[in-house]
Design a binder for this molecule. Structure first.
Ligand code: HEM
Length: 410
C-alpha cells in the first residue's frame, strides 16, 4: 500500500494534542460526528461529539465523576499519594453528590446573576485602568497585557486577597492546563503539579489565618467560618476548593476574550457590525462561546452499565469524554452554517459552561467580564489591528483552548 494512503487512513480520529488538532479542531470534530459519533479511543475512552449525547451525558444521573476510581484505573492505586491528585479529588468539580451538593452549596450565593451584575462597575473600572495604562504605547499583547489582568483581579477581590499580595499572581505562569488534558501525565508533569499545588497551599494557609483574625466580606472568610463549624467542610476541602475557585476562572475567561477577539478580526463583517451596534455584545459573547469555546472538553464516568448511548454500550466505570466544542457546532442544533461566526444568531445555547449539576459556577461572571472587556476595547481603540490574524500561536493544551499571545497595534 502507498505509504501516504496508509498514514491518512490509519490517522487516529481523536488525537487532541497533535499540533493540527490544536490549531483547528473543527474539521476533526466534523469527521467524528459524521463517521463515529461515540468513538472508542485506543485508551478505552468513549468520545461523544454530537450535541445530543454530550448534553445527555452531562445531565444524566447514571453518569458521575468517580474521580478517585477513575484516576486509579488510569494511573494505578498509588496515584492518590500524589498531593496534586489528592487535592483535586476534593474539588467540587470532581465530586459526586452528596459531597458535591454540600461544597457547591457553600459558595453558590456569591455567584448569583444579581451578585455578579453588582460587580459590573468594578469590572468596567479594571478594564478602563488597564487601557489607560497602555493606550499611549500604540501596541500590546491582547492576552498578557489586556485579557489576563481582569479575571485575576476579580477573583482576588472575591476571595479577599489583599492588594499587596497580588503582584505574584499577575506574574505567575499559566501552565497548569495540562492537568486537565485527557492524555496521561508524565512523571515530570505530576511533579510540576505537586510543586505548584504546594506553593498554592502555603499561600492560602496564610490567607486563612489572616481571615480568621480579620474577617471580611469575602468568600475566603465565608469558607473559613464554615470550616470552623466542623460539620460543613474539612480543612483539606477548604484549601482544595479555594485553589479551584482561584484557578477556574483565569485561563478560561482570558481565552474567551482572546478567542472572541481573534474570531471577530478574522470576520471583518462581524467586527464592523459589532462596532456599529454595541447592543449586540451580549449575543456576540454567546456566539464567541459557541464558535470557539475556551473549554473544549469535560468528562463523566458511567456509574452503571449503559445499554445504549448513540448506538454504543458503555460498561460501568468507563469514561465518556464530552466534546463541548464539537456539540457547539452540531448542525442538528445550529442548522444555519454552524462553522460561521454570526453575532446575530438566534437561540444560542452553547455547552461551553457544561451542564447538569456541575454547570459552571462562574458562567455569568465570565460573560459579563467578556462583555465589558470586548465592548470597551472596541469603543476605546476602534483602529486596533491584529499583527497576524491568520497564524496565531495556540497554547499546547487541548481542554483549555486559547492563544499564547495576540499582538495588536492601533
Ligand atoms: C469562559 C469562562 C469559563 C468557562 C468556559 C468555564 C467552563 C466550565 C465548565 C465546562 C465547567 C463544568 C465542568 C464539568 O461539567 O465537568 C465549569 C465548572 C466550574 N467553573 Fe467554570 N468556566 C469559566 C469561568 C469560570 C469562572 C470565572 C469561575 C469562577 C470564578 C468558574 C468556576 C467554576 C467552578 C467552581 C466549577 C465547578 C462547578 C461544579 O462542579 O459544581 N468558571 N466551568
Amino acid at each position: 500500500m502507498n505509504e501516504h494512503v496508509q498514514t491518512t487512513t490509519s490517522a487516529p480520529l481523536f488525537n487532541p494534542l497533535a499540533p493540527e488538532f490544536i490549531r483547528d479542531p473543527y474539521p476533526h470534530y466534523e469527521r467524528l460526528r459524521t463517521t463515529d459519533p461515540m468513538h472508542l479511543t485506543p485508551l478505552g475512552m468513549f468520545v461523544a461529539s454530537r450535541h445530543a449525547e454530550v448534553s445527555l451525558v452531562l445531565r444524566d444521573k447514571r453518569f458521575g465523576k468517580d474521580y478517585v476510581e477513575r484516576s486509579k484505573r488510569r494511573y494505578g492505586p498509588q496515584i492518590m499519594d500524589e498531593p496534586v491528585f489528592r487535592s483535586m479529588s476534593h474539588w467540587m468539580l470532581q465530586q459526586d453528590p452528596p459531597d458535591h451538593t454540600r461544597l457547591r452549596g457553600l459558595v453558590v450565593k456569591a455567584f448569583t446573576a444579581r451578585r455578579v451584575e453588582d460587580m459590573r462597575p468594578r469590572i468596567q473600572q479594571i478594564v478602563d485602568q488597564t487601557l489607560d495604562a497602555i493606550e499611549a504605547k500604540g501596541r500590546m499583547d491582547l492576552i498578557e497585557d489586556f485579557a489576563f489582568r481582569l479575571p485575576v483581579t476579580i477573583i482576588c477581590d472575591m476571595l479577599g486577597i489583599p492588594e499587596e499580595h497580588r503582584e505574584v499572581f499577575y506574574n505567575s505562569s499559566r501552565d497548569g492546563g495540562r492537568l486537565l488534558d485527557p492524555v496521561p501525565l508524565t512523571k515530570a508533569e505530576i511533579e510540576q503539579g505537586n510543586a505548584s499545588n504546594l506553593m498554592a497551599q502555603m499561600y492560602f494557609q496564610q490567607l486563612f489565618e489572616l481571615r480568621r483574625k480579620n474577617p471580611g466580606d469575602d468568600l475566603t472568610t465565608q469558607l473559613v467560618q464554615a470550616e470552623e463549624d466542623g460539620s460543613k467542610l474539612s480543612n483539606e476541602e477548604l484549601t482544595a476548593n479555594i485553589i479551584l475557585l482561584f484557578g477556574a476562572g483565569h485561563e478560561t475567561t482570558v481565552n474567551l476574550i482572546g478567542n472572541g477577539l481573534l474570531a471577530l478580526h478574522r470576520n471583518p463583517d462581524q467586527l464592523a457590525l459589532l462596532k456599529a451596534n454595541p447592543a449586540l455584545t451580549t449575543n456576540a459573547v454567546e456566539e464567541f462561546l459557541r464558535y470557539d469555546s475556551s473549554v473544549q472538553l469535560t468528562g463523566r464516568v458511567a456509574l452503571e452499565d449503559i445499554e445504549d448511548l448513540g448506538g454504543k454500550k458503555i460498561p460501568k466505570g468507563e469514561s465518556v469524554l464530552c466534546l463541548l466544542g464539537s456539540a457547539n457546532r452540531d448542525p442538528a442544533v445550529y442548522p444555519d452554517r454552524p462553522d460561521r461566526l454570526d453575532i446575530t444568531r438566534p437561540k444560542i445555547r452553547p455547552l461551553s459552561f457544561g451542564g447538569g449539576i456541575h454547570l459552571c459556577l462562574g458562567a455569568q461572571l465570565a460573560r459579563i467580564e467578556a462583555e465589558v472587556a470586548i465592548a470597551t476595547l472596541l469603543r476605546r481603540l476602534p483602529d486596533l489591528r491584529l499583527d497576524d490574524a491568520e497564524n496565531p500561536e495556540w497554547r499546547p493544551t487541548f481542554v483549555l483552548r486559547g492563544l499564547k499571545r495576540l499582538p495588536a497595534s492601533w
